[in-house]
Design a protein around this ligand. Sequence first.
Ligand code: 5GP
Ligand code: MG
Length: 173
Amino acid sequence: MMPELIPVLSKEDLEKSVAGIAKRISADYRHRKPILVGVLKGAFVFLSDLIRQLTIPVKIDFIRTASYGDETSSSGTVCLTKGLEIDINGEDVLVVEDIVDSGVTLRWILDYLNGLGPASVRICALVDKRERRQIDVHVDYACHVVQEGFLVGYGLDCAEDFRHLPAVYHLKK
Ligand code: 5GP
Ligand code: MG
């Protein structure tokens, strides 16, 4: 059966929310130069739109994590497949994630980053998905709060498909 794509966030919704979050981040970090840490691959579209709306200087780095589980939920076992290249010791770090779901991946990322001696670590996520939250991680900047559903598009994939779509859809199989 063909999977069905149900619109969740339009291009306009995304433009508006990213501009709003960029404004908040620019105000909160004024006179500072945070290091934005994008979590590959899902966050790359969001990160690239976000940084072009900021009015503060930033540095950019990426990490990549893998969590072994089935296609649509994480297993709880996270490993790092690409670490940071910039030294974050004494720096303000803003993690840029696509989706916070169970919170397992983010908790792991926070422990990894905190071990490298940053001055501060905050979280920015395109989507804060609440339904399956297991670990109480605080998302400082969330563009959208969604209760449920497996989302694709705007960087988000299902088995590497759909990342190129300019809007976010619920993938109904
Ligand atoms: P968590 O560890 O919080 O359960 O999930 C972490 C990762 O699973 C997210 O960073 C994201 O990459 C992926 N994920 C969670 N929910 C979704 C979803 O609805 N769509 C897609 N494409 N990935 C998701
Ligand atoms: Mg991710």
